[in-house]
Design a binder for this molecule. Sequence first.
Ligand SMILES: NC(=O)CCC(=O)C(=O)O
Length: 261
Amino acid sequence: MKLNVALIQMDIQLGLPEENIKKAVQRIEEAAKLNADIVVLPELWTTGYDLERLIEIGDANGDSLKKLMSGLARQHRINIIAGSVANKTDKGIFNTLYAFNRRGEQIGEYSKLHLIRLMQEEKFIAPGSKKGNFMLENIPAAGVICYDIRFPEWIRAHVLNGAALLFVPAEWPAQRLSHWRNLLMTRAIENQCYVIACNRIGRDNNNAFAGHSIIIDPWGDVIAEADGENETLLFAEIDTDLVDEVRSRIPIFEDRRPEHY
Ligand SMILES: NC(=O)CCC(=O)C(=O)O
C-alpha cells in the first residue's frame, strides 16, 4: 500500500500551548490539502520542555488535545500521529503520544518509557510502562518517543509485536545530530521497517534543536530529510509492501537465534 506521509517540522514556543496549537492546526490543514494520508507532529509540541510549568500548562488526561486532533482527523479524513503532549493524570504527568485514524477514532496511545536525565525529564515526568503498537490503515505500526531510540531492545519488542512502521516524535538537540541520524538508520536496517521521525527546530533556554526530520525505508535508505534550520512540511510516499520484500530478501526474523542471547 502506498501512503503519503507529511512530517510537521516546527519551532515550538516554550510554555505557550495556544501559539503552538494554532500553528500545528494550520500545518495539518496544509498537509491535508496536499493529500497527505498520515501527518506526524514532534514531541511535547504544545509546551516544549517547560518542565517546571507542566503542572500548569499540561493537558488534563490529554483530553483537550484528543478532542481537537480527533476532530481534525475526521474533518480532513487524515491519520494523525499527534506527536506527544504533557498528559496530566492523577498518577503524574506523562509524555504521551496519541494516534487517530481518518474517522477520528483514537487508535494509539503511548507514554514515553525512557526518560532522559540529561534534560531532567525524570524529575518532572512519570515513565510509561506499555508498548506503543497500533494498527493504521490495516498496517501494523508503533510509536516511540525520542530518547527511546537509544534502546534497541525496546524498538525490537515493538517490531516483534508486528510493527512495520515506526513513528518517532522528538525534541532532539543539535549537539547530537549524528547520533539522531545514525540511531534512526540503524533501527530501520536492523528491524527492516520504515522509520518516520519528526523533530523540532529552534531553541529553548537549554538547547538548540536539530531538525533533520527524516523518513527512512526498511532497506535503510533515507527517502526524505529536512534541514536543521527551517520549519517545513516534509513529504514522502512510502510503500508498505517494501517491508515484506526486504524481510524476505534478508530473513533476519527467521534467522535470529534468541535462545542463545
Ligand atoms: N527529548 C529527548 O528524549 C532527547 C533525547 C536526546 O537528546 C538523546 O538521546 O541524546
